[in-house]
Design a binder for this molecule. Structure first.
Ligand code: FES
Length: 98
């Protein structure tokens, strides 16, 4: 029971079990997505969720605060921090762009 995570920029896809963090996926897949603090404070790891938000953990307070600061433009509701979210449901497809 896995969910497929696709990192569009890198043409990478990986099937992972719920409970896996997106940071783990990025590192396992060999993506070039950059990280800074890895603690939800700097905003370096911000990504757009193109598809599959319903398969990810709820946005937390740290994300909400940082995304408010880094989010520009109208479409900020699809932005998330890779170091803070994890996959919570199987049998889905999550597409990420950075
Ligand atoms: S690496 Fe700093 S917020 Fe994710």
């Amino acid at each position: 029971m896995t969910t497929r995570v696709e990192i569009i920029n890198d043409f990478l896809a990986i099937n992972v079990k719920p409970g896996t963090t997106i940071q783990d996926v990025v590192e396992a897949a060999g993506s070039a997505l950059p990280f800074g603090c890895r603690n939800g404070e700097c905003g370096t790891c911000v990504v757009e969720i193109v598809q599959g938000m319903e398969f990810l953990s709820e946005i937390n307070e740290k994300e909400r605060k940082v995304l408010k600061e880094v989010g520009v433009g109208a479409n900020t509701q699809n932005l998330r921090l890779s170091c803070q979210m994890k996959i919570v449901k199987p049998n889905g497809v999550i597409r990420i762009k950075y």
